[in-house]
Design a protein around this ligand. Structure first.
Ligand code: SAM
Length: 288
């Protein structure tokens, strides 16, 4: 990566603003919620040890909890009467505060307890290893978080080892036919490594894990990226490239290359005068 460019995640305030705008301009959460409504019920019916009175759930990189909350509701409806203990590992304190607000607002009367770990997943792993005891979980999810980890292989291996009998691990990540995948592959040597989906499959195959893939279609309106000095467009470009102030810090040739490539069929299509980026995702359910 060129020295002048900084990874977006190094500026958490900017990262969260870009992520929020990405959610507003994309069908990201809608398509994940559709997966939760249509596919998750079947996936979670078999979790839980025989005769257990409680299900243990772990969310890794939960953000502000909107997706997690939806999943907890589905798990509960598949296991009526069972108590759920939900642990959260989330690096960012602002996100944890938002999640707690959501629980206060919508969690009344639910048979769910929450434990908050405001730390990186790497720190969580380290603390578990130091204590020489690791709690087991019936359902663990890592949604759109593997981009930020030091090692995809070690992260999947460790969290998979925390699965209880009948437990399942859910990973949601950008798909290999998405515009993100094409863009990052095309300019990968000049952008930070964003951990392409293939690395996840490589790990699952190497470890001979049993898994099932669900393909989720999602779009993102990136029309504003092509309007000169448009603030939202610049913020979306930061998110697409995962670079702080990409428009201002990238060398002119790289900016031109990215803007040109974003309009190509590998990334987008034109619809009613808008440029619609392919934000397809894969949801992977890994068995214990
Ligand atoms: C793209 S957001 C996804 C949030 C949520 N899962 C969703 O889909 O809406 C990634 C989240 O992972 C958190 N995160 C990033 N790196 C992390 C790490 N090493 N350990 C724990 N959380 C991390 C970020 O703070 C952020 O809230």
């Amino acid at each position: 990566m060129e020295i002048s460019m900084k990874p977006l995640f190094s500026d958490i305030g900017l990262y969260l603003k870009s992520f929020q705008l990405f959610l507003e301009r994309s069908t990201e959460h809608q398509c994940i919620k559709r997966f939760i409504g249509e596919n998750l019920p079947d996936v979670v019916t078999s979790i839980g040890k025989k005769g257990a009175s409680c299900l243990n759930v772990l969310g890794v990189g939960s953000g502000s909890g909107q997706v997690d909350f939806e999943m907890l509701g589905k798990i509960q409806s598949q296991h009526p009467g069972l108590y759920i203990h939900n642990e959260v590992v989330e690096l960012n304190p602002q996100q944890i505060s938002k999640y707690k607000e959501l629980v206060k607002e919508k969690g009344q009367g639910l048979n769910i307890s929450f434990a908050w770990n405001q730390m990186s997943l790497e720190e969580y792993v380290k603390q578990n290893k130091e204590r020489k005891e690791s709690k087991k979980f019936d359902f663990i999810h890592m949604i759109e978080v593997l981009y930020f980890v030091e090692s995809i292989h070690d992260t999947i291996k460790y969290f998979h080892s925390l699965l209880e009998t009948n437990g399942k691990l859910l990973i949601i990540h950008t798909a290999d036919d998405s515009g993100f995948h094409s863009l990052w592959e095309k300019v990968i040597s000049r952008l930070p490594n964003n951990h392409l989906f293939s690395e996840i499959y490589k790990t699952l195959e190497e470890m001979r894990m049993k898994y099932q893939i669900y393909k989720l279609s999602s779009d993102m309106d990136i029309t504003e990226c092509f309007i000169e000095r448009n603030e939202n467009g610049e913020r979306l470009l930061d998110f697409l490239t995962q670079i702080v102030h990409f428009s201002k810090t990238a060398p002119a040739d790289l900016k031109d290359e990215v803007l040109h490539y974003l309009r190509q069929l590998q990334c987008s299509r034109e619809e009613n005068g808008k440029i619609i980026f392919n934000n397809n995702l894969h949801a992977v359910i890994v068995e214990c």
